[in-house]
Design a protein around this ligand. Structure first.
Ligand SMILES: Cc1cc2nc3c(=O)[nH]c(=O)nc-3n(C[C@H](O)[C@H](O)[C@H](O)COP(=O)(O)O)c2cc1C
Length: 310
């Protein structure tokens, strides 16, 4: 696609309001697909410069209360229309994030949201409070995205994000500690109806939702007849999930009118446009960012108003 279509009037690089914050743009990177917002500072592209150029926000890798080593290898499997991963939320844990990553994020100035996950609803409030205490003065820290697609130990390991009451509780816990920062609930697509989850997030005080997290998928190795991933199934992402993501975003936008950050299979400007056409407030680039860390910057550049293009 060489130019934006005539109907597209949104300036994706203009500041816009989400809840109580003003974000610098609408093209973001997705959690787990661009590290902690620090890995791309030493690489340059002759056309886009930095991989952070024009980005509205980087959502960090999901942080948990304690560090996690993640799942056994192999964790990633490429498929013809996407990828299957079973990373297992490997991350440095909240204390290390606050001590080592936040000061660097402060210096770098990249706009960011911190993705949070826990094993019980109270974890979301406690982590948000700890974050607010340390990062409260940082102008480039805009808030949190709650990764609700992980097992709730208190409910026998069922994902937080499949139960509206739990979604509401987690959002309310984070909101209580972050009155003036963005709270987004990242929703799982692995449910029959996503709208009740979005409505629950709103009742809990979320400013909007991010849709979608990965689909449950499985690949079989025909040499062994066994699943490729040691834990059998994993998260399916990339181009193949885009129609599912579009349908979920469409349902949420039409039935709730809430701000929706669309994510799923975006690898180019035309993909992003599909989400904006349905009313997404912003979009995130996930799997494509792993292959080429300049993808989001390229999309931001391509969708900038014609007059702003070099
Ligand atoms: C390798 C990998 C790691 C991911 N890690 C996280 C994560 O830590 N937290 C999270 O909320 N989503 C995570 N995701 C999901 C993405 O943020 C995104 O929701 C999903 O991949 C769909 O977008 P995509 O098709 O553009 O990749 C991960 C995805 C991939 C491929």
């Amino acid at each position: 696609m060489s130019a934006t279509p005539a109907w597209f009037a949104l300036d994706v690089g203009a500041p816009w309001r989400l809840g109580s914050r003003v974000l610098p743009g609408r093209i973001w990177t997705a959690s787990g697909c661009f590290g902690y917002g620090l890995d791309g500072h030493d690489i340059r592209h002759e056309q886009f410069g930095s991989p952070y150029a024009g980005l509205g926000c980087v959502v960090t890798k999901t942080i948990t209360p304690q560090a996690r080593a993640g799942n056994p290898q192999p964790r990633l499997c490429e498929l013809p229309h996407g990828a299957l991963n079973s990373i297992g939320l490997e991350n440095v844990g909240l204390s290390s994030f606050l001590a080592d990553k936040l000061p660097e994020l402060a210096v770098r100035g990249v706009p960011f949201l911190v993705s949070l996950a826990g094993t019980q609803p109270d974890d979301f409030g406690a982590m948000a409070a700890a974050l607010a205490a340390v990062a409260g003065e940082l102008p480039n820290w805009h808030g949190v995205e709650l990764n609700l697609s992980c097992p709730n130990v208190a409910k026998g390991g069922v994902d937080f994000g499949t139960d509206p009451r739990t979604v509401e509780t987690c959002c309310a816990a984070a909101r209580a500690c972050l009155p003036a920062r963005v709270v987004l609930a990242k929703l799982t697509p692995n449910v029959a109806r996503i709208v009740p989850l979005a409505e629950a997030a709103r009742r809990g005080g979320a400013d909007g939702v991010t849709a979608i997290n990965s689909l449950i998928g499985l690949e079989v190795d025909l040499r062994t007849g066994r699943p490729v991933l040691p834990r059998r199934s994993g998260g399916y992402t990339g181009p193949g999930v885009q129609p599912v993501a579009l349908a979920k975003v469409d349902e949420i936008v039409r039935e709730t009118g809430m701000p929706v950050v669309g994510v799923g299979g975006i690898a180019g400007a035309d993909d992003a446009l599909r989400f904006f056409a349905l009313g997404a407030a912003a979009v995130q680039v996930g799997t494509a960012q792993l292959r080429d860390p300049f993808t989001a910057a390229m999309i931001a550049r391509m969708l900038a108003p014609a007059g702003c293009r070099p």
